[in-house]
Design a protein around this ligand. Structure first.
Ligand code: GTP
Ligand code: MG
Length: 315
């Protein structure tokens, strides 16, 4: 991915550039993939001008038609971040992918946040050690981010815990509209701070808490959908993985098998590239199962949560 200067776009002068930048549209790619109506609203630039800018950006970033060969090349830039467990990495085809959104689903206490905390440390490792060699953004909607836990995991991995903490940028989202604001800000924040991993824990908590009742469901789903699509665009624009966590709902109509299903309905299901369902297993272990992915098989594996973070279960 190139980070071409906005000023190279036809018809975009310094004033326009600064409007785009302050709206978080800092790269040609970001402009090319953001809906024009949204750009106009955020920047105050007239809609017709925005259409021209977007057209120029699309031309420059080659986002209209590309050949499958070009897509193949783009996907060669894809990186994978280890989760510290070989089995979990294998389940996900070698680790958490960039240019994709991975969702961890499960009931309270199953280990969603623990996986996120582990990834905060792993992502900072150099590529040859399974990391992404960059910094991390953590959008915490539940106030469960624990620096002590990062300290512990970093120590166990033999990396400097204070440096590790320095490289994690935390934002506590207090409600769904604050969460939306933070997501918007990421398009500016990520390239400026060498962010290589974005975590939203939990994606859905505020939405479920605020939009109560059937009459508010469609508005909730629309807002959630637009947020998820922004996060997806972020993965492509900056070649990074986005991790979201999701809760489960009890499904009273279910007679056999697991009575829980992921929250967020079809919107969540369609937006996330890979969905991983977590459950409690024998002897305190955890089961992870891929339930939806464009190319990963629906396998499952076990892992455990220890003071070192996430580890393989010795069979
Ligand atoms: P919610 O956010 O409530 O939906 O749950 P979650 O899925 O995020 O759960 P979380 O990741 O917070 O997992 C909490 C569980 O991790 C605890 O119940 C412990 O079993 C386990 N855990 C956390 N820290 C440690 C640790 O240092 N050692 C061990 N062995 N287990 C730990
Ligand atoms: Mg949690």
């Amino acid at each position: 991915m190139t980070n071409e200067d906005l000023a190279t776009l036809d018809g975009v002068g310094p004033a326009m550039t600064s409007k785009l930048r302050s709206a978080g549209l800092t790269t040609v790619e970001a402009i090319a993939v953001t809906p024009p109506r949204e750009i106009a609203k955020k920047t105050g630039i007239g809609f017709n001008t925005v259409l021209n800018i977007v057209a120029a950006a699309r031309k420059s970033a080659c986002v209209d038609f590309i050949t499958a060969e070009e897509l193949w090349k783009k996907r060669q830039n894809m990186l994978k971040c280890s989760m510290g467990s070989k089995n979990l990495d294998e389940l996900l085809g070698g680790g958490i992918e960039t240019q994709a959104m991975t969702e961890f689903i499960g009931e309270y206490g199953v280990g969603k946040t623990q996986i996120c905390l582990m990834l905060c440390v792993m992502a900072q490792l150099p590529l040859e050690k399974g990391g992404l060699n960059g910094n991390v953004v953590y959008i915490d909607t539940e106030g469960t981010f624990m620096p002590e836990r990062i300290f512990e995991i970093a120590n166990a991995l033999g990396v400097d815990p204070h440096k590790t903490l320095e490289n994690i940028f935390l934002a506590r989202a207090y409600n769904s509209s604050h969460q939306c604001l933070l997501t918007d800000h990421l398009f500016k924040f990520c390239p400026e701070n060498d962010i290589k991993l974005v975590i939203v824990d939990s994606m859905i908590g505020h939405f479920r808490g605020e939009y109560i009742g059937r009459e508010n469901l469609s508005e909730r789903q629309q807002t959630l959908n637009s947020q998820l699509h922004k996060l997806l665009r972020l993965t492509e624009a900056f070649n990074l993985p986005v991790i979201v966590t999701n809760q489960v709902l009890a499904n009273p109509a279910q007679f056999f098998g697991d009575p829980n299903k992921p929250a967020g309905g079809h919107v969540m299901a369609h937006a996330c590239t890979h969905r991983v369902y977590l459950r409690r297993g024998r002897k305190g272990t955890r089961l992870a199962k891929v339930i939806d992915s464009p190319y990963l098989p629906e396998n499952s594996t076990r892992f455990k949560i220890t003071e070192k973070g996430i580890e393989d279960v010795q069979e």
